[in-house]
Ligand binder design. Structure first.
Ligand SMILES: [Fe+2]
Length: 183
């Protein structure tokens, strides 16, 4: 097989999927009662998202999203998410995607991540992210500029989230998360 694509791409690992749901109560009940997922965070109000995990390494593996106005007949999936290991890797994918003029890219932070969101040619929505060193209560989302230096991006994000509810060093959050999964 001849190799025509000379770009080098970093590895990514599947992290989580976000689903549009019709009945958030029964969906949360199903995943917690029959599969042992725990609720790690939930939003506020009638369209509140619920974050579920069954992994000590993941804040969420499934997100239940009851925003029915966004639901399409084609797909119950809001997005599928992959993790890369560094800001440099994330910037690599951002740069590669930007060469495709048809793709609109959203660059955001969830406080816990720096993320790219985009749609593939068949409108499936994808997230690629790398972890920040912090945890904050979810949901949390604000735009970031991935073109700035790593130092500026880290400082900007830290300033933005350090007074938000739940702010912690991620290692501390993981310790308490592991304890929650043990019960
Ligand atoms: Fe996500």
């Amino acid at each position: 097989m001849s190799v025509t694509n000379k770009k080098s791409f970093s590895n990514m690992l599947l992290s989580h999927v976000e689903l549009y749901v019709k009945d958030i109560v029964s969906m949360e009940n199903f995943y917690t009662k029959y599969l042992g997922f725990i609720v790690t965070d939930r939003g506020e109000g009638p369209s509140a998202m619920v974050f579920l995990s069954r992994s000590p390494e993941e804040h969420h593996q499934i997100v239940l999203n009851p925003r029915q106005t966004h639901q399409t007949i084609q797909s119950p999936v809001d997005h599928i998410s992959f993790r890369v290991k560094s800001i440099t890797d994330l910037q690599g994918f951002n740069n590669a995607l930007k060469t495709n003029a048809k793709i609109e890219i959203q660059t955001v932070s969830h406080g816990t991540t720096w993320s790219l969101y985009f749609r593939d040619p068949e409108e499936n929505r994808f997230e690629i992210f790398t972890d920040t060193p912090w945890y904050v209560n979810q949901p949390c989302k604000f735009p970031v500029d991935l073109e700035q230096s790593d130092e500026d991006l880290i400082q900007f994000t830290n300033n933005k989230i350090e007074n938000m509810p739940g702010f912690a060093v991620v290692a501390d959050w993981k310790d308490s998360h592991k304890n929650s999964l043990a019960f």
